[in-house]
Design a binder for this molecule. Structure first.
Ligand code: TEU
Length: 528
């Protein structure tokens, strides 16, 4: 596969917009498309190539929009379809492409298909679009199988029983019934949805929970093996994505799959030339701030992508993950849903220092980079008062799991304005010191996190699109060269180290020490 100059997605910086919390244009406390449109100049100045929008469709918002009731309508809290079309066009004029989010594993329980299935009753063709089953036990009072909920921390079953006796499957919340991907109408509908959005000018589609759609039709117990996993990474998925690829190719569209799989060989199968273009790199995202682990993660990533010719992606956080500056300031700097707990101590100064270095590391690697809104401001994970947490992961865990709202707090735009310039009273409360992170403050301070991201994204093309070569470096230091003598050095040791020979210092995540050495938890870009 030769690399075409038009393949923008191979080295793009893609900014993730969680619309609900980005900017509130109409003052009702919920972010919206008007807010995004007003802030497009900010995104252009940041220098990003594309925006990925979390689901913006009509939704009861039982899971932040990942419960879609209608893919062809924008949720009224966010705006209208006409506004989305304007936004896509306006962004494109600024050189910014749009990526939308499709959630094929499930729909909202308010989706017309599920409502029809409820009304039609047991045994009806309407129910065949989902997974309805009779229960086990003498009176069908036990769930049809033993599958665990995908919302970690939840003790809930993945089946809900209706008054008519049928149970239906939902890997996530009961408000998110799983679709039956063995049904041709389900496939047809999603192909139509892809076309609907490609026709509106979107350049790409993120595929939610991309490895979970296909189910073993017998819905066997997990414990009943050995057999292929009944709902994770099933071979039938590849046929689905091959047919999607044909559609994407008609529009020059690209896919990014949300594929969480520990087996890198299985992961890479989704990235074969006739399937998905890219997938999120969760092994890098989950990796602790440790030189050996990071190097292994980078090497494994590059090695797994090479045979299929797909570019790697580099991700430090998203709307599901503890904010980077908070995570890197903890004793355990990795990420694991199951390990999330209230009150985990963190050293924010340390975490911020590392997050700055990690930004330069990830932006120097070959492939595409994702930046989650607020990451460029160095926002920490917020403590949300428990009675204000809306995330079902928290609520359904009986209050044990802190959930994901701490990384979804509305952005601070203007230090002196009410609600830090977000708009109306935010749907999630902002911490008291939120204004200190405001865009207007950071924009005039080249030493700020925003200043660093702007400069790094501007300079990033110096690394070119060629391979990466590791350089000899002291213990605990990652050093590599890319095209044209552009080097990146990251010091994860606990003492300062001498810089390798260079002709120019292009950018540093923090100051050198008094004698020009690279301090711990600091990264630098050099010209050799
Ligand atoms: O996340 C999917 C997701 O987090 C799981 O598939 C994950 O692999 C598992 O919980 C880990 O054990 C996506 C969205 O990003 C998230 O916001 C949604 O809540 C979820 O899908 C349901 O649509």
């Amino acid at each position: 596969m030769g690399q075409q100059p038009t393949e923008w997605w191979r080295s793009a910086v893609i900014y993730q917009v969680y619309v609900r919390s980005f900017a509130d244009g109409d003052g009702d406390g919920t972010g919206d498309l008007a807010g995004v449109r007003a802030r497009l100049p900010y995104l252009a100045e940041l220098g990003v190539d594309a925006l990925w929008f979390n689901p913006w469709y009509l939704s009861p918002m039982k899971d932040g929009g990942y419960d879609v009731a209608d893919y062809r309508a924008i949720d009224p809290a966010f705006g209208t379809l006409a506004e989305a079309e304007k936004l896509i066009a306006e962004a494109r004029e600024l050189g910014i492409r749009t990526v939308v989010d499709i959630v094929p594993n499930h729909v909202s329980d308010q989706h017309p298909w599920f409502q029809a299935a409820l009304n039609a009753g047991p045994g009806s063709p309407e129910r065949e679009l989902f997974h309805f089953r009779r229960g086990r036990g003498k009176h069908g009072e036990l769930p049809p199988n033993d599958w665990p909920s995908q919302f970690v921390g939840s003790a809930e079953p993945v089946w809900t029983r209706l008054p008519d006796g049928d149970w239906y499957l939902h890997l996530f919340t009961p408000e998110q019934p799983d679709l039956n991907w063995a049904h041709p109408a389900v496939r047809q509908e999603h192909e139509d949805i892809l076309r609907f959005w490609f026709e509106r000018g979107v350049a790409g589609v993120r595929i939610d929970s991309a490895a979970l759609l296909a189910k073993d039709p017998a819905l066997p117990d997990l414990a009943g093996g050995p057999h292929p996993h009944p709902f994770v990474d099933r071979d039938e998925l590849h046929d689905i994505y091959r047919s999607w690829r044909v559609i994407a190719d008609e529009y020059d569209g690209v896919f990014v799959g949300e594929v969480w799989l520990p087996d890198t060989e299985r992961f890479a199968r989704y990235l074969r030339p006739d399937e998905l273009h890219t997938a999120f790199n969760f092994s890098f995202l989950s990796c602790p701030w440790d030189p050996g682990r990071l190097r292994t993660s980078i090497d494994t990533t590059l090695a797994e992508h090479a045979p299929v010719g797909a570019p790697a992606t580099w991700v430090l956080c998203n709307h599901d993950i503890t904010r980077t500056v908070t995570r890197y300031g903890r004793t355990d700097t990795g990420f694991d849903f199951a390990a999330k707990a209230f009150g985990t101590p963190t050293d924010l100064a340390l975490g911020t220092r590392r997050a700055r270095a990690a930004a330069l590391l990830s932006l120097a690697l070959p492939g595409a980079v994702y930046v989650y809104q607020g990451e460029e401001l160095g926002l920490p994970e917020a403590d949300i008062p428990r009675d204000r947490i809306e995330d079902p992961m928290h609520v359904r865990s009986g209050g044990k799991d802190p959930g994901r709202d701490g990384c979804r707090v509305p952005l601070p735009w203007a230090a002196g304005a009410p609600h830090a310039g977000f708009g109306g009273e935010p749907w999630l409360p902002q911490p008291a010191d939120w204004a200190s992170y405001a865009v207007d403050r950071q924009a005039v301070d080249p030493g700020s996190m925003l200043g660093l991201y702007r400069e790094a994204i501007r300079l990033r093309p110096v690394f070119g699109d060629g391979p990466l070569t590791w350089l000899p470096a002291p213990e605990g230091v990652l050093a590599f060269a890319r095209a044209d003598g552009a080097l990146c050095v990251v010091n994860l040791a606990d003492t300062p180290v001498d810089l390798p020979e260079h002709t120019a210092l292009l950018l540093a995540s923090g100051p050198m020490d008094g004698v020009g050495r690279l301090p711990e938890d600091t990264a630098v870009w050099l010209r050799s």
